[in-house]
Design a protein around this ligand. Sequence first.
Ligand SMILES: [Zn+2]
Length: 72
Amino acid sequence: MAEETPIPRDFYARDPEDQKLLLQETWCDHCQQVGLGMTEPVEYELFGIIFIEGKCCQCGETVMTELTDDDF
Ligand SMILES: [Zn+2]
């Protein structure tokens, strides 16, 4: 049985405006707050869904954004 492995994508290939928005519009589970922002974004695709993973600007915990079809 084949395991799904994440397919890396280039976050920095995105439009600079998109990058800015994506880095701002976050949800942090740890802080329980939206829009704290993230640093060190890593983008990848898994199960046909695009994820952007980074670190919360406030607490440094991992935050993850899941992009739906509407977003790209
Ligand atoms: Zn946080």
